[in-house]
Design a protein around this ligand. Sequence first.
Ligand SMILES: [Zn+2]
Length: 89
Amino acid sequence: MLLWSAHCSVCAAPFDEEFGYFATTREAVEQAVGNDWTTTSGGQLVCDAADHDHHTARAGAPGPAPIVPGPGQVPLPGTTPATAPTDGR
Ligand SMILES: [Zn+2]
């Protein structure tokens, strides 16, 4: 069975590492947003951390570079996945 979890687009922290697994991406996002997480105008999830980078992301300003998805990670519907940096070799 395929399960989904939500991760912060700023710090990559998982939403509820122990129990935060859901049948659909929509449910994962809804549960995160229902627990003080926010979504930016660009559709990125931001956790409830209170540091500068998170405030900047919530304000919709260009924040830190998006975190590169991990192996096998599927982008949320309607979002553009970040691409892995190339090292020029
Ligand atoms: Zn975060």
